[in-house]
Design a protein around this ligand. Structure first.
Ligand SMILES: Nc1ncnc2c1ncn2[C@@H]1O[C@H](COP(=O)(O)OP(=O)(O)O)[C@@H](O)[C@H]1O
Ligand SMILES: Cc1ncc(COP(=O)(O)OP(=O)(O)O)c(N)n1
Length: 285
């Protein structure tokens, strides 16, 4: 295992109300991705995680065999209920399933003051499919993602398949990764992270962050594992936690890269397919 320095977010003191964040995402019955991944990382980062469930997937280590989407009005009401009482310092989106849910989440985020240029940053992980290729977002929802949600994002975090669907750019190298980041920023995201996890030609996994001005590159050693289910959710959740703790976006992405790298180092086999990344490494520190 590589030995990277450990960057930790502060743990709450006994009886002290922790920093709060909300995930607006789908449930993974296998416990490795979606809401379950977000809550695992939030808990291990000392953050009280709140939830707006968007869909319930039927999923295990072999893939997603079906899902049921939640009524968009119920998604919006979950967001209102959390923000009006508990309060949050950051939010993230994951699986949103349909254009109706995307529109509801974007409108409710505006109503509640969540998103870029507000005090509550929004991390948009534009989940479109599982690692097995199972669809988690309707084909006709891509326009809503581009036109109403990405312009609200403080940070958008697509993988390379999602980059292709959203921007039409096929990222194969550093130049196309930069072009994709520029296009995502031009679509209205304050910051774009183009994740390099799927660029398997290198011994590095390089994520690129861009805000219309400066590129920040995050090269980390590629970890040799097939147990990488939930890596994207975990990265976005860790960014959200660091933002909730008051870190800047580049600091939050740096923290999250270190976090997900350790989670990949500690990933374990589960079921007959791909096991999950493992935030429980934090219990050993
Ligand atoms: N084998 C790996 N070794 C190190 N980092 C990885 C590896 N696979 C993915 N990552 C990192 O995990 C995060 C999620 O990446 P990616 O796999 O591209 O997203 P997704 O899970 O959404 O498909 C990124 O920060 C990426 O660089
Ligand atoms: C309910 C749910 N949400 C998101 C995903 C995809 O998660 P991701 O982190 O991109 O991980 P992989 O699918 O690549 O393992 C999901 N599968 N289920």
């Amino acid at each position: 295992m590589a030995h990277m320095p450990v960057d930790l977010l502060p743990a709450p003191a006994p009886r002290q109300t922790p920093v709060r964040a909300m995930t607006i995402a789908g449930s993974d019955s296998g416990g490795g991705a979606g809401i379950q991944a977000d809550m695992r990382t939030m808990a291990m980062c000392g953050v009280h995680g709140c939830v707006a469930v968007t869909a319930v997937t039927v999923q295990n280590s072999l893939g997603v065999s079906g899902f049921s989407a939640i009524d968009p009005a119920v998604v919006a009401d979950q967001m209102r209920s959390v923000v009006s009482d508990i309060g949050i310092s950051a939010a993230k989106t994951g699986m949103l399933a349909s254009s109706a849910i995307i529109e509801s989440v974007a409108a409710t985020a505006s109503e509640l003051g969540i998103g870029r240029d507000t005090p509550i940053p929004l991390v948009v992980d534009p989940v479109s499919a599982s690692m097995h290729g199972d669809k988690l977002l309707a084909d006709d929802a891509m326009d809503a993602l581009r036109s109403v949600l990405i312009p609200k994002a403080t940070v958008v975090t697509p993988n390379l398949d999602e980059v292709r669907l959203i921007t039409g750019i096929d990222v194969t190298d550093d130049t196309s990764q930069r072009a994709a980041a520029e296009k995502l920023h031009a679509m209205g995201a304050q910051w774009a992270v183009v994740k390099g996890g799927h660029l398997r030609s290198s011994d590095q996994s390089v994520d690129l962050l861009y805000n219309g001005d400066v590129f920040h590159s995050f090269p980390y050693p590629r970890i040799d594992t097939g147990d990488d289910h939930g890596a994207g959710d975990t990265l976005a959740a860790a960014i959200t936690c660091a933002l909730a703790h008051g870190r800047s976006v580049p600091e939050a992405v740096e923290f999250a890269k270190g976090w997900v790298s350790r989670c990949l180092e500690w990933a374990y086999p589960l079921g007959a397919g791909h096991g999950p990344v493992n935030p429980l490494w934090r219990l050993s520190v």
